[in-house]
Design a protein around this ligand. Structure first.
Ligand code: MD3
Ligand code: FE
Length: 203
């Protein structure tokens, strides 16, 4: 079912459900090469979600700022290839939402443990804001916050569960967004964690 959240934002409930096990296995392969780490914000705070990346470019944050780069700063090596199952899921979700030909060059993998959250922010480190972003939720549920084009606008709350895919494009692309604190729980496939894949065209 295609659920319209707001102009440009489409929720595909359980779109990734049938692929969840291969996706999680692929997360394991990627993170055996580029392990999850808590990156530091430019202000010096550790992000509460652990992150890794795959694809041509990875999103990083450190004392120098936020950016995309082709090497994992921990190893100096290229990020792992984007698994074919990732690329195909992102492409088909985007197409279902009306974005044909989405070809992501970056996938950020966020891993939330209980207590982890992500404050309201905009994604603006990409070159072309006409390209959508596709996000895939796996494991424990979380409450997503979806705000406006200014931080001051009060966000709406949207629960996101295992297998849900959201495509953010058009007028939704620059909206402030974040997630509330993950509550402790147990998921049969992910244990005490929530994973989120975000697919972007960075360049
Ligand atoms: C709406 N991640 O990594 S995914 C992020 O659950 C990020 O890990 C959250 O925000 C997470 O940047 C939310 C949903 C999402 C991702 C990108 C967006 C929503 C978005 C970009 C524009 C608007
Ligand atoms: Fe974001």
């Amino acid at each position: 079912t295609v659920e319209h959240l707001m102009d440009g934002a489409v929720v595909l409930r359980q779109f990734a459900l049938a692929e969840a096990e291969p996706l999680l296995e692929a997360i394991g392969t990627v993170t055996s090469e580029a392990p999850f780490r808590h990156m530091k914000t430019p202000g010096g705070h550790a992000m509460s979600a652990a992150m890794s990346c795959c694809g041509q470019l990875g999103w990083v944050t450190d004392s120098r700022g936020y950016r995309y780069q082709s090497e994992d700063p921990e190893s100096g090596r290229p990020w792992p290839d984007m698994p074919e199952a990732f690329r195909e899921l992102a492409r088909s979700a985007a197409e279902t939402a009306g974005f044909d030909g989405f070809d992501p060059d970056a996938c950020l993998i966020n891993r939330y443990q209980p207590g982890a959250k992500m404050g309201l922010h905009q994604d603006k480190d990409e070159d072309d804001f006409s390209q959508p972003i596709v996000s895939v939720s796996l494991g424990l549920p979380i409450v997503f916050q979806f705000g406006g084009l200014k931080r001051s606008e009060r966000p709406i709350r949207v629960p996101l569960g295992h297998g849900d895919v959201v495509v953010w494009g058009g007028p939704a692309r620059m909206r402030y967004h974040g997630v509330l604190t993950l509550k402790a729980g147990e998921h049969p496939l992910t244990g005490g964690y929530r994973y989120n894949l975000t697919f972007r065209r960075a360049r």
